[in-house]
Design a protein around this ligand. Structure first.
Ligand SMILES: [Zn+2]
Length: 85
């Protein structure tokens, strides 16, 4: 009963049976919850000091996504580097 394989992504019920640790793994595998939304499209701003939601501006240099505020700052320093997608 205690040895449940967590490698089978489709076997959700047995993964859930493992409790919170398994739930975290499940979330990590499916991208279930908003943990690592930093710098992703439509997620949180990639700037560590910011991380505001609604990252809709793509920075071709870092290949990450930024909020409108940081987009302005980035383009201030490097015009055209960050674009809205
Ligand atoms: Zn930002």
């Amino acid at each position: 009963m205690s040895s449940v394989s967590v490698m089978h992504g489709k076997n959700v019920t047995s993964i859930r049976a493992r409790g919170q640790a398994a739930q975290n793994l499940f979330d990590a595998m499916t991208g279930g919850i908003q943990k690592s939304q930093k710098g992703v499209e439509g997620g949180n701003c990639n700037r560590t000091a910011c991380q505001a939601p609604g990252a809709t501006f793509y920075n071709a240099s870092t290949m990450k996504w930024y909020c409108p505020k940081c987009y302005e700052k980035i383009n201030d320093a490097n015009p055209g580097l960050c674009v809205e997608r």
